[in-house]
Design a protein. Structure first.
Length: 300
């Protein structure tokens, strides 16, 4: 059986990567996961300068998942290029760098810097709040999403994946907007905005008041959005949202995803990605699929 998939001209050995922010930049999980067996490693978000992130507490458990308001804490592009890229290059896996920013110029600065680095793909996190527009996320307005896609494509030497926010009226409309802007692929979904209150302390559980909900509870929503996006655009889809087992990943592929990304499950089972890779292979063998491509989007 052939587990390889082609995402925007980049060949992965299998369709499994990890969700940005749940796997560090690979080193944090190297003792638990054979990074050589992942189709790709998607790094934590990288900005043009170091970000301190949000005040604590910024992570909370929820029913069927978790909620976070880490605030994209990261050491900045300089440290990332000096430390994390050389580490990942030791392994036989593709490197996807997640890029975040607070303005169009921030994104473009990071993308331009990465143009000369040995990385395979860029994932642009447009769930970041646009400070120039009063804090609305780039990914909540189709025109803004198309504009930021066009802007980063001018500087990108690697294929560009636009990571879509689920906190929108129509995910299909957002997918079409970034495709129109030149996106080579899209990934979805990012976290769903939620809130949790401690009834005994009578206060918000997270210092930020709201946070991004992830984990198995959001999986059916993610499958629906992957299906809608896959049927709206021609570019490849990387599906994510509550994938905790091979069955969840297969569901995403049947809905139209060309690859999948595992996030929250890494926290409670650091080796879960290896189980998912093996599980997809066993499913293909049992069902008679010779390639992953044969599975993609066959449920209509």
């Amino acid at each position: 059986m052939n587990m390889k998939v082609n995402i925007a001209g980049v060949e992965w050995k299998n369709p499994v990567t990890v969700a940005s922010g749940t796997f560090g930049s690979g080193a944090e999980f190297a003792d638990y996961v054979d990074l050589n067996r992942l189709g790709a490693v998607t790094t934590k978000g990288v900005a043009n300068i170091p970000w301190a992130g949000n005040p604590t507490p910024r992570v909370a458990e929820t029913y069927g998942g978790m909620m976070n308001a880490v605030g994209l804490q990261n050491p900045g592009i300089d440290v990332f290029c000096e430390r994390d890229i050389p580490f990942l290059r030791q392994y036989d896996t593709k490197i996807i760098v997640n890029v975040c920013g607070k303005s169009e110029a921030d994104y473009c600065e990071v993308v331009e810097r990465l143009a000369g680095e040995d990385v395979d793909m860029l994932e642009i996190n447009i769930s970041c709040p646009n400070v120039k527009e009063g804090g609305i996320a780039f990914g909540q307005d189709p025109k803004a999403a198309e504009a930021i896609t066009k802007a980063v494509k001018k500087y990108a030497k690697q294929p560009v994946i636009m990571k879509l926010s689920p906190n929108v009226t129509s995910i299909a409309e957002m997918a079409k907007a970034v495709e129109a802007g030149g996106a080579d692929a899209v990934s979805l979904i990012n976290t769903i905005t939620g809130m949790k209150i401690d009834i005994n302390r009578k206060s918000f559980v997270l210092a930020n008041k709201t946070g991004g909900v992830s984990g198995p509870a959001i999986h059916p929503i993610a499958v629906r959005m992957v299906y809608e996006a896959a049927n709206a655009v021609k570019v490849p889809i990387i599906g994510m949202g509550g994938i905790a087992a091979a069955e969840d990943a297969i569901e995403m592929i049947l809905a139209g995803a060309s690859a999948v990304s595992v996030g929250t499950a890494n926290f409670h089972d650091p080796g879960v990605t290896m189980k998912i890779v093996d599980g997809i292979e066993k499913y293909m063998e049992k069902q008679g699929f010779q390639t992953v491509d044969e599975m993609i989007g066959i449920v209509k």
